[in-house]
Design a protein around this ligand. Sequence first.
Ligand SMILES: [Mg+2]
Length: 388
Amino acid sequence: MKIIDIRESTRPIKSNIRNAYIDFSKMTLSLVAVVTDVVRNGKPVIGYGFNSNGRYGQGALMRERFIPRLLEAEPASLLEDDGSNLDPHKIWATMMSNEKPGGHGERSVAVGTIDMAVWDAVAKIADKPLYQLLAERYGNGTANRKVFVYAAGGYYWPGQGIAGLEREMRSYLDRGYSVVKKKIGGASLAEDCQRIEAVLKLLGPGQKLAVDANGRFDLKTAVSYAKALSQYELFWYEEAGDPLDYALQAELAPHYAGSMATGENLFSMQDARNLIRYGGMRPDRDWLQFDCALSYGLVEYLRTLDMLKENGWSPSRCIPHGGHQMSLMIAAGLGLGGNESYPDLFQPYGGFPDGVKVDNGYVTLPELPGIGFEGKADLYQEMQQLAG
Ligand SMILES: [Mg+2]
């Protein structure tokens, strides 16, 4: 058993939107195929992966460092001890050989993308859904295929206006979501409050709004927003300040009694641990958004989950960023609190297998081998093109 090829390609996921910090008009991602010599159900097993939005394609790092390390390694060194499957942990360690600690950034995206493809291959070789494999190896043995998802949107679009925002949010509610999210910090506080109040008027019983500042605020602005937002009953107040400014997050907490969320721009277990140590996050109400596809993949995310447990945090407080099926697998297999979803953005990479509908804020995952990309026709078409 061995990996015979690893292919990568940079693909556009541009959108005519912006948050408080960046616009997405030139956004890209990396798509990866890990080709093995294993045959399952009459077909060669190929694992696929991609990084989620916001950090661009990382093909150069893969081509120069991570792919050659795997293809040059003794094939048996990348397998489980009994040779029955690829070993994601050994593959991860091989990719990270001769890499210094710290400085997590683009490298964590490149490794996380390959890692996703490796896990897809591993679950296909085992001929079971990845959530089932994860529940058996690292969880309580039983996956929960029903996963909470919320609709992320509410970006600032050119010429959108309040009416456009209302139309967008209404369409998410009509599609079965119970929690919707909009951006803040790309307009004045007064204008943002108008936008929030317009959305709140659309919500029925049990429906909630989350807001996301995308790390834009200094402490003074973050506190001003906290005071203004306290008048509403929000699902959460997300990423108020710079993701690495743990003191800001800790100083903000006493000003906001509701839930806060952050972590999508922390790319290693060590960075996540610093947030838990120094960020004043509250395990009884706050949410953690680490995204494995940007942060060294699931091998590293398992370390992060262990770290959280050691610090008294339940995996159910994690709702990852990114809206991809990999995090849905982890949520179903290891009991995360849910996953982000972008109903109208970043296609064909985001979203669910065809036919999966959101029902009162939850999706039920089908029983497909691997991550289940084959169940989403438009995405699988892109993947097959890459695999050749
Ligand atoms: Mg965010």
